[in-house]
Design a binder for this molecule. Structure first.
Ligand code: KG4
Ligand code: ZN
Length: 352
């Protein structure tokens, strides 16, 4: 009886969107309801591969692809059956087309293409970075363009001026490492288990000052660079020898590392504000979870700061579904079934 009722209720939901994310080491699936004219997240599932890659100190692309292949049918089936949803209720499938690891992208695309072809469901390729860029809007409906978005993750560090869906103006981008990579590589030097970024940040927050000074790089240009910092960090740690393993020195090194990375991000945000005159800021991506970064940005006078929930700062399918849904609802996406998508390992969002 209860099942019949749930089925009846769901028959009213004629306009659902299934979203799939497999660009790196998280398998994500999500479902949105588009019937109200605004995307409403019904449910999402995420499966992290951290435990697997920990053994190797970083993401192993071949293993990541295999895990996506295993997780995708299980997560999708769970999501659909837990919410009494049927494939016939899907108006479209949104899948991450890039940027990301090619083999990983292929798993999500292959799975989505299979569903699309078998059930005649239109397929839409979504840019992963656009997903991050719009994720703060997904979780804060008060946030509207124009705003500056700082996307800081293990793979990306860039600032864009968001004019609207699909309209992004590049303000700054890293010329080498990403901020999350700088956190993770430094954490590795301090003997933290992968991914060490959040652990290094937690240790850094246990002290309020550091005896160590690290260089502030790329002051004169809009872009980011973290490779010089990485070298300086490696040198400081080496200089300390065995001392670097003592809790006090380790905490102060972590504090200095976090301060240097956060300083670079905050400095460039201030530069972006002065160039664009836009004072509404969104921060997205894994590093947006960093407490020190949020505290510094929050302390900036006259700035409105937005961020997605901590879960949506990390890679997830909800942000892919949200970006796809906004495109569909704005009439910006042509939905044709079945579609064939090529993975795009490199895909800057200003090319959208
Ligand atoms: O967005 P995300 O889940 O995956 C990528 O697309 O990369 O971001 C993961 C990155 C990792 O580099 C991780 O170390 C970093 O975000 N991260 C943090 C914190 N939480 C996650 N870095 C600094 N402080 C944190 N609290
Ligand atoms: Zn990401």
């Amino acid at each position: 009886m209860a099942e019949e009722l749930a089925q009846k209720e769901n028959e009213a939901v004629v306009s659902c969107l299934l979203a799939i994310e497999t660009s790196c080491d998280e398998t994500g699936v999500a479902v949105f309801d588009l019937s109200s004219g605004a995307p409403e997240l019904i449910a999402e599932e995420i499966s992290s591969q951290i435990e697997l890659h920990k053994l190797y100190g970083g993401v192993v692309p071949e293993l990541a692809s295999r895990e996506h292949l295993k997780a995708l049918p299980l997560l999708t089936n769970k999501l659909m059956s837990d919410h009494s949803l049927a494939l016939t209720q899907l108006r479209a499938i949104a899948v991450t087309q890039g940027p990301g690891l090619k083999g990983c992208l292929l798993m999500g695309i292959g799975f989505a293409q299979g569903l699309s072809l078998a059930h005649g469901i239109p397929l839409l390729g979504v840019n992963h970075v656009e997903g991050h860029a719009l994720s703060a809007q997904m979780d804060n409906r008060a946030l509207q363009p124009p705003y500056l978005v700082l996307i800081v993750s293990g793979g990306h560090t860039e600032i864009h001026l968001v004019h609207g869906v699909g309209r992004y103006e590049l303000v700054a981008r890293t010329i080498d490492d990403a901020a999350g990579e700088a956190f993770d590589k430094s954490a590795n030097l301090l003997q933290f288990e992968y991914p060490g970024g959040p652990k290094l940040a937690a240790l850094a927050d246990t002290v309020s000052a550091s005896r160590f000074a690290l260089p502030r790089v790329m002051r004169e240009s809009a872009g980011f660079s973290f490779s010089g910092l990485k070298t300086a960090i490696a040198l400081r740690i080496r200089e300390q020898g065995k001392e670097a393993e003592t809790p006090a020195v380790r905490a102060e090194l972590a504090h200095a590392i976090q301060a240097a990375i956060v300083d670079a991000l905050v400095f460039k945000i201030k530069h972006a504000i002065s160039v664009t005159g836009v004072r509404t800021i969104a921060i997205c991506g894994g590093v947006a979870a960093n407490r020190a970064l949020r505290a510094e940005l929050n302390a900036m006078p006259g700035v409105d700061l937005y961020a997605p929930t901590v879960e949506h700062c990390m890679d997830n399918a909800a942000m892919i579904g949200y970006a796809g849904a906004l495109r569909i609802l704005a009439g910006a996406a042509t939905l044709a079934a079945p579609a064939v998508l090529d993975p795009r390992a490199r895909w800057p969002i200003e090319e959208l």
